[in-house]
Design a protein around this ligand. Structure first.
Ligand SMILES: [Cu+2]
Length: 176
């Protein structure tokens, strides 16, 4: 009778030490992860930039590219030595007509490649004083601002491609 009682008491005794160690390691991993996240920089990459060639007397043309930001960012301005008038445009249907519209900033969601292309968002170079010819290179300075208000400037030299370059450029139709 005495022996049975002692055994029952022993069996009901829970062991907590294993769970406790597990909680400590999970907390450690969380701290390590937040450390690495704070070390990483907001980085914007601009690829495949190009400018569409103009014919004589043409006053405006488009610049196109792919932009990807590591965190939520906006393209807030573009400038070029070619002309003082550079705007970011979107295409929108207005009264059944597709029109270009100046937008103050272009949203770049974290990790998503945003494509500026003919028929879509584009950078507009206006008030051109001279023809932009195939083979030339147009310097562009892009200013980005992340959700924390931190600015980053990216410079690209966009090669000038022929007027019909849009047709040759359709291979990249696959969406990410
Ligand atoms: Cu435009």
């Amino acid at each position: 009778m005495t022996v049975q009682f002692a055994m029952g008491l022993h069996r009901s005794h829970p062991i907590h030490s294993k769970n406790f160690n597990m909680k400590i390691s999970i907390a450690y991993i969380a701290i390590a992860a937040s450390f690495f996240a704070s070390v990483a920089h907001a980085q914007v990459t601009v690829t495949n930039a190009w400018v569409r060639a103009t014919v004589p007397q043409q006053k405006a043309t488009g610049a196109f590219m792919q932009i990807q930001a590591a965190q939520d960012t906006k393209l807030v301005s573009v400038s070029s030595p070619l002309t003082p008038v550079v705007e970011v445009h979107e295409m929108a249907v207005q009264d059944n007509v597709m029109k270009m519209r100046h937008i103050p900033a272009l949203d770049l969601p974290a990790g998503k490649a945003v494509e500026l292309k003919p028929g879509g968002h584009h950078v507009m170079l206006m008030d051109l004083k001279q023809q932009v010819k195939e083979g030339e290179s147009v310097p562009l300075t892009l200013v980005f601002e992340d959700s924390g208000g931190k600015r980053e400037t990216v410079q690209v030299a966009a090669p000038v491609r022929a007027l019909n370059a849009a047709a040759q450029h359709k291979h990249g139709a696959g969406k990410h």
